[in-house]
Write a protein that binds this ligand. Structure first.
Ligand SMILES: *[C@@H]1O[C@H](CO)[C@@H](O)[C@H](O)[C@H]1NC(C)=O
Ligand SMILES: *[C@@H]1O[C@H](CO)[C@@H](O)[C@H](O)[C@H]1NC(C)=O
Ligand SMILES: *[C@@H]1O[C@H](CO)[C@@H](O)[C@H](O)[C@H]1NC(C)=O
Ligand SMILES: *[C@@H]1O[C@H](CO)[C@@H](O)[C@H](O)[C@H]1NC(C)=O
Ligand SMILES: *[C@@H]1O[C@H](CO)[C@@H](O)[C@H](O)[C@H]1NC(C)=O
Length: 558
């Protein structure tokens, strides 16, 4: 009996407490195992320290984002956000003592003090985080170091940490922008005139005078996954396609490491369209900001935002993972990071994804739709995609069948959208079977824009037929930046977290998209179909696409 007890005790001491129990540890199929990491190789891990006042952060965000609140637009500085969320002294002390006792010497913190980024050898990491074994993996020439098994932390530390980054999650597959003619079923796309900045400006009612003029305005695209834009591509794109209105031809600032080599089509697309829609507005590019291959680039970008007191007002991002592959602790913490940005008056726009409702193929025909994160976060504005009903005419828009959308399984439906979503759910006849989605979850997207048949310039060559919600997101980003611009000229604060206000507009200033359905599971029950567009809000195109002058006047009060 005694033996058993002490055995139990020692096991407990050695293994501590598992964090992120629900995080997938299987290696995604596109990553190739290269070998075990050597004990003296350097790793850089990110420790997400427990924050204080998370409930208050959520309440405050609701107030500053609600146009009917007297606190609307009363945003916080980074210093003020810090004084709210910074970890308690106890948390800081316990975590630092734990790291030091394992010989971890070099750590960097961020302004908000709620992250620590530390370098250590593989050997140290494996004793610090019992259960881990670090290996090297390769995909298309990119290497990462990750643990093949889950991690624990010392029992005394677990309550002071949300998660440790750089251990389990692999960078997701890029949202591959698709070439229309290479795909299937995009009818007639080979003969399409194609979408250029002129098309966007005509359709969304932007005149030549609708460009940025406010001195302090700024916008950004964030790109990860080894994607680079080339300044020469941007310059050529502007010469070819951005005639007749004032615009910039250069990015104001690049944060992170722009790799050499060939430009990525998605990276070209993001920059070219945010800068021709949000024309004459200072634009930043955040690109692979990590210092080390062991890091998670998306997480590094979130850390950067907490470490810079002046960042652009609008950020557009085309990046996402299956919600079911991520731990709840990680997603909840990333949500708090979005709330922190919202409190500062920053708008976060995410592409809704390019697989419609998605599908998680489970055994015996129990398939379900597959939501994607951060698209499914209640604290970002998610952008879906449309195409022209008549591809030869700048006319009304219908659903682009790839447009990502659906219902989160991780986050409850936020109050701001309950009325709109329930109205959509009322028409049960038009819905997929209930077993495919969770009607109590956060529903997305929130709005949409054209996502089909764009022209870009990449590696100095004009290329047509580029499609995906990574096209529509920077277009919406540019339009919100133009609205911010007009607000700044009137002395008003930025739009910040848009959703509470967007849902109150009930479609004012947006072209309602009511035709077409997006992709779903390829099985007998739903036969490839997900949700369908409907009047007012729907989980394919949200409230619809922007009609700039009307949207501007609706968003230009107080
Ligand atoms: C945050 O910024 C400070 C000062 O600019 C820097 O010393 C620190 O290393 C940064 N933190 C991280 C995690 O990069
Ligand atoms: C905006 O565009 C639509 C369709 O492109 C057009 O019908 C409308 O008259 C334009 N102007 C306004 C102010 O809505
Ligand atoms: C472009 O923006 C600058 C401020 O950044 C402004 O001074 C200028 O007037 C703008 N150009 C036009 C044509 O509005
Ligand atoms: C523009 O930014 C500068 C520096 O951040 C600030 O001092 C100034 O007040 C800002 N101007 C406006 C009009 O917001
Ligand atoms: C449905 O969503 C809610 C939160 O919105 C969650 O608590 C519940 O577990 C979800 N159900 C499934 C089957 O994922």
């Amino acid at each position: 009996m005694r033996v058993l007890v002490s055995l139990f005790l020692s096991v407990w001491l050695v293994y501590g407490e598992r964090l992120e129990n629900d995080q997938t540890t299987s290696v995604p199929e596109d990553w190739l195992h290269v070998g075990q990491a050597g004990p003296l190789e350097e790793l850089e891990l990110t420790f997400a320290l427990k924050q204080q006042n998370v409930g208050r952060v959520k309440d405050l965000l609701e107030l500053v984002s609600d146009p009917d609140s007297q606190h609307y637009g009363k945003y916080l500085t980074l210093e003020e956000v810090t004084s709210l969320v910074k970890p308690s002294q106890l948390t800081e002390k316990v975590v630092l003592t734990w790291l030091q006792s394992h010989g971890v010497k070099i750590c960097h913190t961020v302004h908000t003090q709620d992250f620590l980024q530390c370098s250590m050898t593989v050997q140290v990491a494996e004793t610090l985080l019992p259960g881990t074994e670090f290996h090297r993996y390769n995909r298309d020439g990119q290497t990462v170091v990750r643990s093949s098994s889950p991690y624990s932390v010392h029992d005394d530390v677990s309550q002071h940490l949300d998660f440790v980054g750089g251990v389990l999650r692999f960078p997701p597959k890029g949202r591959e922008v698709s070439r229309g003619w290479a795909g299937t079923g995009r009818s007639g796309s080979g003969f399409h005139l194609g979408v250029t900045p002129a098309t966007i400006r005509t359709r969304y009612n932007l005149t030549a005078a609708d460009v940025g003029t406010a001195a302090n305005n700024s916008q950004a695209v964030a790109q990860f996954l080894e994607q680079f834009y080339h300044p020469a591509d941007l310059a050529e794109f502007m010469i070819l396609f951005a005639r007749g209105f004032k615009h910039h031809t250069e990015v104001e600032r690049v944060v992170g490491t722009q790799g050499g080599g060939k430009a990525g089509m998605e990276a070209s697309l993001d920059v070219e369209y945010i800068m021709s829609t949000g024309a004459n507005i200072s634009t930043w590019v955040f690109t692979n900001p990590g210092r080390h291959e062991s890091q998670e680039p998306f997480l590094q970008w979130m850390l950067l935002l907490s470490n810079m007191s002046a960042v652009p007002w609008v950020h557009t991002i085309s990046y996402g993972d299956d919600e079911d592959s991520l731990s709840t602790a990680y997603m909840n913490r990333i949500n708090v990071e979005f709330m922190k940005a919202g409190l500062r008056g920053i708008s976060m726009l995410f592409a809704s994804g390019d697989s419609g409702a998605g599908c998680r193929y489970l055994k015996k025909e129990n398939n379900v739709f597959r939501p994607s994160f951060p698209a499914s976060s209640p604290y970002v504005t998610t952008v879906g995609g449309t195409s022209f009903k008549n591809p030869f005419k700048i006319s009304y828009e219908v659903t682009d069948y790839i447009s990502g959308g659906g219902f989160s399984n991780a986050f409850a439906m936020p109050d701001y959208q309950v009325k709109a979503v329930n109205a959509y759910l009322k028409d049960e006849q038009a819905l997929p079977p209930k077993s495919y989605f969770n009607s109590s979850g956060r529903a997305y997207p929130d709005m949409a824009a054209l996502s089909d048949n764009y022209w870009i310039v990449s590696n100095l060559i004009p290329i047509p037929w580029i499609s995906g919600t990574s096209a529509s997101t920077p277009v919406v980003g540019g339009i919100l930046s133009l609205i911010n611009d007009q607000r700044f000229l009137k002395g008003l604060p930025s739009l910040g977290f848009l959703n509470p206000q967007l849902y109150k507009l009930q479609g004012t200033g947006l072209f309602d998209v009511t035709e077409g359905c997006h992709l779903g599971c390829l099985d007998e029950k739903v036969e490839g179909k997900g949700f369908c567009a409907a009047s007012s809000w729907d989980p394919v195109t949200g409230w619809g696409t922007p009609n700039y002058p009307i949207l501007l006047s609706a968003l230009l009060h107080s």
